[in-house]
Each structure stands twice: as structure tokens, then as C-alpha cells.
Design a protein around this ligand. Structure first.
Ligand code: FES
Length: 99
């Protein structure tokens, strides 16, 4: 299902959070592109928006593992992949395909 999550996209290098059906997500603009993922680290239960963007990954603030913004793969192969979602900026806002 595709849902509208914001009227405007986050500015370059910044994240915006949203929730849908009791799940937390974030959208980030990195190098001019939008990415969306769960706002919960697959390692332990902490918001990834407390971390920071490094290259094309988000780095968790708790133990420092990084998750690729496109594939969701973790820098540590023993940690689960982060769920990522299709996100699109349209004339009237930002849309995400949530599962
Ligand atoms: S809780 Fe995120 S890397 Fe450990």
C-alpha cells in the first residue's frame, strides 16, 4: 500500500519520522535521493534516527553498526537486515510503499 507521509521532503542530510499502524519509520534525503526504512535498529530496540548518516548508510547510535539505506544490509553479517521501503517525491508530497 502506498501512503502519503509528508507534504514536503526532508532537507538534504536530515531525517523525518512517521508512524503507520503502530510501526515507526523514517525518511532521509541523502545525496539528493530519498530513502525510507524502519525506525528501529534490527540489533536492539532503539530508534535509528538517533544515529547518523555515513556515506550511503545509517549508523546506529548504540553499538555503531551501519545499515545500507538501499539494501538494508548490516555491516555485521550476524545482524538482521533493516527493512527498507520504496519512497517517492511527487508534486504534492512524499509517498512510501509500506507493506
Ligand atoms: S542497537 Fe543498533 S547496533 Fe546495537
Amino acid at each position: 500500500m502506498v501512503i502519503k507521509v509528508f507534504d514536503t521532503a526532508p532537507k538534504e542530510g536530515t531525517m523525518k519520522e512517521f508512524s503507520y499502524e503502530n510501526k515507526e519509520y523514517f525518511v532521509v534525503k541523502n545525496n539528493g535521493k530519498l530513502f525510507c526504512a524502519d525506525n528501529k535498529c534490527p540489533h536492539e530496540d532503539i530508534k535509528l534516527t538517533l544515529g547518523c548518516i555515513k556515506g550511503n548508510s545509517i549508523k546506529c547510535s548504540l553499538h555503531g553498526y551501519s545499515f545500507d539505506l538501499v539494501t538494508g544490509s548490516c555491516s555485521d553479517e550476524d545482524v538482521d537486515r533493516l527493512n527498507t521501503y520504496l519512497v517517492e517525491e511527487r508534486n504534492d508530497g512524499v509517498y512510501v510503499e509500506v507493506l
